[in-house]
Design a protein around this ligand. Structure first.
Ligand code: GAP
Length: 582
């Protein structure tokens, strides 16, 4: 199936390896005309469901960000995969994938490196390229980010973003101001992400440049609740971590409400699993080949407190197509610590409250001569100590540590006091709930689940049963033959339908049956044929891809009929007297 689909994708303009004229480049794919439109349609559908309907707003941040961003985010230290190199041919492999492919172990990413080395030796794993023994080879951490230099020279290193999310987090102070400092609010971004994958594989499923559609929903964990009622009855197929760890573990079928009430899924994550399930189904993912799988503890990304992946079954394997992660305040606290900006929001109380606040007002005419250049740091340390432990000021001298040195300061020189002050609110670090969709993997799934082979009047046909909402070419228009005025009429119909906003292909080459088969393979849901009757009565035949049935409709009615068929307001079977394919 996979080879057939990848071959169809290339032949029919969905996707193909980039720069084929130069031998191709591993991990980079070009979307052809059909693929680029399918991708656009999937992205539009995502925007409609995850952004517009939820009231979130989109931004467009750069794909290159400076090094400090990724130092703060933890990607520089922790965004690694396990690499093992073949001693014979020098080919690099992902060690955890070799283990998964050759043992019963399903998720080897969470296994510590020394154990992976042992597994490689115990199972006598070999290089998939040249069959050399890999036992004894060391497994290394390999950072997946692509490094570059910003401007000439190497003084300002930057990285291609490995996730679109960081472009949102790093702009949080501006975005919070835009949102009038009111939680909750959500920011989305669709764009390219880059990972220097050790071994790209399975066409667009694991590539080095791919598209993510991400939502970062900033919430107050103490006060905000998701609007669960909207998706409470959506049924989820769940594969929790504890079920995965049990030998006879199984899937649980729960509604969103049950999953929350039974403590299986965090309420915010459950809400977006419900939204996600509705969305995948609407764009044509087969729900019998779909599940939500919770990450095992060792599998969690460095930023994630809990994560559920949406997984689809393609070519007999389960693949992760999206991640729904509870990132807590991890990212904002890191950027708050590492940068000069404030990544908190000010949360106004309903009523002002009176609180006791311990402060210091150190006598600098004493600290200056006593501590010289360190006087400022000593004053700061006193301030911090007053906030944390006011009892430290009960003694005659107060002790603070600055740069490893201990200093004793007479308490009367600290200006310590406890005052009552009126507070109108407090600064809080929002928590982040993140549905992160891998657009390329969703597209592969949609194509794979739409791929069908059947027989029409004894002739084999291949069909992409794409949902009309996302099908890149929506209607094919053919003249029966390009003569006696049928060609002109068909071209006029084509122009009118394009003006009405449909993606239309015009085709007058080959016999009509072959033209239908071509569009079936591309996934075009409807075809319109202009024949001799059309010239007399201004009607055409309208054919549906999946049933191959046809009805005769007036040319003037076509735009409205097609719009209703695309939106789902009208089913083809509801049209008058469909007849079998000719
Ligand atoms: N911001 C969170 C994040 O980036 P992730 O699980 O690393 O989380 C999210 O990535 C999604 O991006 C994945 O579920 C997957 O669909 C897609 N993705 C990740 N790496 C990919 C690759 N090398 N090729 C294609 N898609 C990829």
């Amino acid at each position: 199936m996979s080879r057939d689909l990848v071959e169809l994708a290339k032949r029919r303009g969905y996707f193909f390896q980039s720069a084929g004229a130069y031998g191709g480049v591993s991990g980079f794919y070009t979307y052809g005309p059909e693929g680029a439109t399918l991708k656009q349609n999937v992205e539009d559908a995502w925007r409609e469901r995850f952004q517009v309907r939820e009231g979130h707003r989109e931004i467009d941040a750069p794909t290159v960000l400076p090094e400090p961003v990724f130092e703060a985010s933890g990607h520089l230290d922790g965004f690694d995969d396990m690499l093992v190199e073949c001693p014979e041919c020098g080919e690099s492999h992902r060690a955890d994938h070799l283990v998964e492919d050759n043992t019963e172990i399903e998720e080897a990413e969470s296994i510590p490196i020394p154990e992976v080395e042992t597994l490689i030796a115990d199972h006598d794993l070999r290089c998939p390229n040249c069959d050399a023994e890999l036992a004894g080879q060391s497994v290394e951490e390999f950072n997946l980010m692509f490094e570059t230099n910003i401007g000439p020279g190497s003084s300002s290193p930057g990285y291609l973003r490995p996730e679109t999310a960081q472009g949102i987090f790093v702009e949080f102070p501006q975005l919070a101001e835009y949102a009038r400092n009111q939680l909750p609010f959500g920011i989305t971004q669709i764009g390219k992400a880059y990972r220097n994958e050790i071994s790209p594989r399975k066409s667009i499923i694991r590539v080095r440049e791919f598209t993510q559609a991400e939502l970062e929903h900033f919430v107050d964990p103490e006060a905000d609740e998701p609007p669960l009622d909207r998706v409470a009855d959506v049924e989820l197929t769940l594969y929790p971590a504890d079920e995965q760890e049990r030998e006879d573990g199984e899937y649980l079928t729960k509604t969103v409400r049950e999953a929350v009430d039974e403590g299986i899924v965090h309420e915010w994550i459950a809400y977006y699993l419900g939204v996600g399930k509705q969305w995948y189904e609407s764009i044509g993912v087969d729900m019998d080949r779909f599940r939500f799988r919770q990450h095992l503890p060792g599998e969690l990304a460095h930023y994630s407190a809990d994560c559920w992946d949406a997984e689809s079954e393609v070519d007999g394997d389960w693949i992760e197509i999206s991640g729904y992660s509870y990132r807590s305040d991890y990212d904002l606290s890191k950027h708050d610590d590492h940068s000069d900006d404030d990544f908190t929001v000010f949360k106004q109380y309903d009523e002002p409250t009176v609180v006791e606040r311990a402060t210091v007002d150190p006598d600098m005419s004493y600290l200056g001569p006593e501590f010289g250049g360190a006087a400022g740091d000593v004053a700061d340390a006193l301030e911090t100590l007053a906030e944390r432990d006011r009892t430290a000021f009960d003694a005659e001298t107060v002790t603070v540590e600055v740069d490893g040195e201990t200093h004793a300061i007479p308490v009367e020189k600290t200006g310590f006091s406890v005052d009552e002050i009126k507070e109108t609110g407090e600064h809080v670090l929002p928590h982040v709930v993140e549905p992160s969709i891998g657009v390329d993997r969703v597209i592969y799934t949609v194509l794979d689940h739409a791929y069908e082979e059947d027989e029409i009047e004894g002739e084999a046909r291949t069909r992409l049963a794409l949902e009309p909402e996302v099908a890149p070419t929506f209607v094919g228009v053919f003249p029966l033959m390009d003569k006696d005025g049928m060609g002109e009429t068909a071209r006029e119909v084509t122009a009118d339908l394009r003006a009405a906003g449909f993606d239309v292909t015009y085709d007058d080459s080959g016999n009509i049956g072959r033209r239908y088969r071509r569009q079936d393979e591309v996934g075009t849901p409807f075809c319109v044929t202009v024949d001799y009757d059309s010239l007399d009565d201004d009607t055409v035949t309208l054919r549906e891809r999946d049933s191959t049935e046809q009805v005769r409709v007036a040319v003037d009615d076509l735009p409205d009929l097609l719009a209703d068929l695309r939106s789902g307001d009208l089913a083809f079977g509801e049209l008058d007297a469909p007849t079998p394919d000719q």
